[in-house]
Write a protein that binds this ligand. Structure first.
Ligand code: AMP
Length: 307
């Protein structure tokens, strides 16, 4: 079992979807990544920052999921990162209403000493310079996965390209892949992103599944057709957490095993969207996860005779 370092926001979110609206609830990329990775019982550490307003029970909850929080800085007099978004009727697109960086504006990440030798690093959505600083503290990780979003492409593109040049896998959604590469075709977009450095690119397409690209290989995983989709927030991060958690658990970073990681990430993301915020991930059982992966298998399995 590999050690996993997770960097990303631990945050408050306020979300509006066609099905309802929340006040400030627990959110943040690292929260979703950590909760998803915890399904694989990995030894994980969250590197992040919160203000004194962040509930102690949420910290305890993350610890109870096996997350080491010694790299999570608490600025008692500061306020926690806050994001607010409103989804359109199709639930695949959303508008960001508010991004208050708060304590994140002066974040100087510190990887706990015990985790500087971790084999797997998940650079969740954060300022690319923070992602770079985390990488500089690592001894020699075997697998570095990066997730990002349009916010950083708009505000820190040069730094983002620098960090992309140092990672093995980029996970990104379809619109962001198009923005980053300047290509409409997702095949060409993935190729252009791989030319920036990574060996693999995962393009997340929301309810249309995910594509995994390697140099000469492509794999497609569908999204589970769900009866209820309440809130897609965090689905991308949950996918990334499931993907890296599975790889950290198995220690096999081949393209073949990444296919299994994509299926595990997709299964976890399909649970995430069933309730508002991370609620559905909090008491997800191993049995439910097993059953959903079986459903994924039968969803795509067919036997065709080619003559
Ligand atoms: P996702 O729906 O997977 O894109 O992730 C949503 C999560 O990302 C929310 O919980 C937010 O707190 C967090 N988030 C939103 N904007 C940013 C940003 N600019 N940087 C880091 N995290 C963000």
């Amino acid at each position: 079992m590999s050690k996993l370092v997770i960097v990303g926001t631990v945050a408050f979110d306020a979300i509006e979807t066609p099905f309802g609206k929340t006040e400030k609830i627990l959110g943040g990329a690292a929260t979703y990544i950590g909760l998803a990775a915890s399904q694989f019982k990995v030894k994980g550490a969250i590197v992040s920052i919160v203000g004194g307003d962040f509930p102690k029970e949420d910290l305890k909850m993350l610890e109870s999921k096996g997350m080491d929080l010694s790299g999570l800085e608490i600025v008692e007099e500061g306020k926690t990162f806050f994001w607010s978004g409103r989804y359109h009727n199709d639930m695949n697109t959303r508008d960001t209403l508010i991004t208050d960086l708060n304590v994140l504006a002066d974040f100087d990440p510190q990887v706990p000493q015990e985790y500087t030798d971790a084999e797997v690093v998940m650079l969740g959505n954060l300022h690319p310079l923070v992602q770079l600083s985390v990488l500089e503290q690592m001894v020699s990780p075997n697998l570095i996965v990066l997730d990002t979003m349009n916010f950083w492409m708009d505000s820190a593109l040069d730094d983002l390209q620098k960090v992309i040049g140092k990672v093995d896998v980029v996970t990104i959604n379809d619109e962001e892949a198009r923005q980053l590469s300047g290509e409409y075709s997702l095949v060409k977009a993935a190729q252009k992103i791989m030319q920036m450095g990574p060996d693999y690119v995962v393009i997340k397409k929301g309810e249309h599944g995910a594509l995994l690209f390697g140099e000469d290989d492509v794999f497609f995983a569908p999204a589970m057709p769900l009866r209820e989709v309440f809130d897609p927030t965090g689905a991308g991060d949950t996918f990334a957490g499931g993907f890296t958690g599975y790889l950290a658990k198995t220690g096999n970073f081949s393209f073949e095993n990444m296919k299994n990681a994509v299926i595990n990430g997709s299964a976890l993301a399909s649970f995430c969207v069933e309730k508002f915020g991370p609620e559905r991930l909090l008491n997800l059982s191993g049995k439910e996860m097993f059953q959903r992966i079986q459903q994924f298998k039968s969803l795509t399995q067919f036997d065709i005779k080619l003559t």
